[in-house]
Structure formats: C-alpha cells, structure tokens
Design a protein. Sequence first.
Length: 358
Amino acid sequence: MKKIIIGILSLGIFFSCKQQSQEISEKTETVVQKTEVKTPKDNFGIVIHGGAGTILKKNMTPEKEAAYRAKLEEAIKVGHTILNNGGTSIEAVQKTINILEDSPLFNAGKGAVFTHHETNELDASIMDGKTLNAGAVAGVTTVKNPINLAFEVMENSPHVLLSGKGAETFAKEREITLVDPSYFFTERRMNTLKKVKEKELQKEGEKTAAFYDADIKDAKFGTVGCVALDKNGNLAAGTSTGGMTNKKWNRIGDSPIIGAGTYAKNATCAVSSTGWGEYFIRAMVAHDISAMMEYKGVSLEEAAKEVIQEKVPALGGNGGIVAIDHEGNIAMEFNTAGMYRAHMDANGKLNVAIYKEN
Ligand code: ASP
C-alpha cells in the first residue's frame, strides 16, 4: 500500500514538473521571439553615392552605364556583407569606399580628376556616429586609398584633419599604402582637364565669376561616399574625392570638411555629400541635415529635401547627399540631373540608380 502511495505521488510530481518545464520553455520561446523582433538587426542598412552632376542618359553608352551600375553593386555588397555579419558601420563605410576608390570610373583614388597643374590632390573624411570621432585628409598625392588615411587620423592621431606633406608623413608612419602619383592617371580625366583649359584660354580676358560658374555647373563631379547603420545601432559616414577638375591654389572642397561633406551622429543620421564643394561648405550641408532632425524634430527625408532642394540652390550651388538615420530610413536627395547611387536594406533588397527616376 505504502509503495502504491509513493508511486502515485512520484507520478504526480513527475507530471507537474514536466508541465512546469513546458510552460517555462514556452515562455522562453515567447521571450526569444519577442527579442528577435525587437533586435536592431532589422534596421541595418547602407547607402552609397558615386557623385552627382550633369549625368544624362543621352550622354551614356549602354556599356558605360552597365559598368557604373555593376561597380556600385559590387561596392555596396561589400559593405552589406560586413554589416550582415555583425561588423561595424565604420568598417562597412571604409571597405565600401575602397572599392569605389580603386575604380577608375569615379573621381576618387584611381580616376581622380586633375588639378590645373596636371596633378591629383585627394581629399577624404570619415566619422563615427557613436563617439562623434572623426578623421580627414586633404591634398594628398601619393595615398592610394585616402579614406584609409582618414580612418588612421581618426583612430591613431590626436587630430581631425591633416593636409599635404604632413598627412603623407603620417601615412608613412602608419604604413598606409603609398603609390607613385602616376597611379592616379586616367586618359579620360586628362582629356576633361584639357577641354576645360582650352575653354579657359578661349575666354582669356573675360574670366568673370559667371564664366567659372558655367564651367563648373556643367561638370560631372564623381566623388564617392557611403553611410551605414550597423546591427548595434551605430551610424557612420565617409567621403572620398579628387575634388574639382582644374582646381588651383591647393583648393580644398567640402569632402574632407566634417559637417559639410561628412557627418554622423547616432542620435540623428549619417550623411555623405557630393557636389559643388564651396556651397556645401557654406551651407554646412551634412551637419545641417542632422541639426534639423535634432532641433526641429523633422524626419531625415524632410531635412534632406529642405537642405538640397532649397538651401543649397538658394546660395547658387548644386549637388546631392546620401543619408541614413538611426532607424534605417534613408535619403538620396539631389538637385542635379543625376547622381550615381545605391541602397541595400537588412533584407538584402538592392536598389541601384543613376538618373532622376532610376
Ligand atoms: N564635393 C566635391 C568637391 O567640391 C566634388 C564632388 O562632389 O564631386 O571637391
């Protein structure tokens, strides 16, 4: 009898434990599912540009267009893979820009435009939205990938912006890849310089501001930039360029200027600019978009529209931006005929475009 009672009690305890453990595991499952829905991984994303300007379909060959689209796709997939694997937005920005810098199609690294003296002077900057740390270089002539040097300035120097010979000395110290200046040569960019110079000679004696304006307004720019949001909710932005064709006097544009060409802040957004640098500096484009979100509480889309469609043109400038906010919303805003651009979201959905529509 005693044995039977003990047996019944044991069975009772066994079943109640089983039920409890089932309940616990169901609860755990629910919790896990909830956490999965809430995890920021749904929000990661990346946006790139390869410059804005007078990019018209009628001036494109199908081969050239296909080459641009393929390179944009290749580049953005590099960054997307890094983000998908849990890498940082800074790494994604840097590695994505490296692909564009190495391509002669874009005005950054190999394929950079020529200065008046037939040299290439490169500018770049990068910014970490989590720490507001930033690094930039201007006027370097032997650095294969200027964005990598900007990263070194950010990570391993007490400064934000280095220029010219000093920046190159720092590059040597940090063992950054250096190349002979001839590495940057492309026939296409040299031809553009020659054409611009010929025009300049023809108009000798009537070099009014309007003359320069007309020339610059018609130029294809081609700077490259990238913004990203990683799985940890951190934003980053970077920009790299050869600047503007026929530039003189060690002219420096907006690309290495934090707040103008590049800006990232986790609380708001990450922005990379391209366009007529002088106006982007005067309008502090990248920071202005972030500040409008922060102080006015407007969306990224609204802020980007107002700055690119109203504030910059009101000054007389043109160009565009790509941006991503802390929720993964994006903007690809430009007031020129076209802008080379691409976007990939957390689901791997890819969108590559050049002209107004696509
Ligand atoms: N913003 C660059 C500069 O003024 C040019 C460009 O975006 O293509 O140097």
